[in-house]
Ligand binder design. Structure first.
Ligand code: AMP
Ligand code: ZN
Length: 111
């Protein structure tokens, strides 16, 4: 499948991986919007939230946000999680991922 994040999960495209479980990887975003900007990427290819109807799996993806926030020491200061879904949600890469941003005071809707 011609999917950027599937290729990153497979290791065919390099990334800065900072965490991994059986279900997901966490990498640094290539165009960071904050000092810490990570992407939690599902290992299984789902297009987006509309395409993943497994609540247990969704819980694991979301739980990874605080795991990596603690690892990068932004859990206490605070961080933001964002999931963009389809065109009007601002989704660009159609493989399920959760943004984790922090390390500065975030403002407004998206910081
Ligand atoms: P979204 O708008 O939610 O689909 O966000 C896609 C995100 O993927 C953007 O923040 C991009 O900067 C990021 N991105 C695109 N290509 C790469 C890449 N090769 N490695 C890491 N992050 C990427
Ligand atoms: Zn994919």
């Amino acid at each position: 499948m011609d999917c950027l994040f599937c290729k990153i999960v497979a290791g065919d495209i390099p990334s800065k991986k900072i965490h991994e479980t059986d279900d997901l990887i966490v990498i640094e975003d290539i165009n960071p919007q904050a000092p810490v900007h990570l992407l939690i990427i599902s290992k299984e290819h789902f297009l987006n939230l509309n395409d993943c109807e497994d609540p247990a799996l969704m819980g694991k993806y979301l739980a990874a946000a605080s795991t990596v926030a603690k690892k990068l020491r932004i859990a206490e200061s605070g961080f933001r999680t964002v999931i963009n879904t389809n065109a009007e949600g601002g989704q660009v890469v159609y493989h399920l991922h959760i943004h984790v941003m922090g390390g500065r005071q975030l403002k407004g809707q998206m910081g």
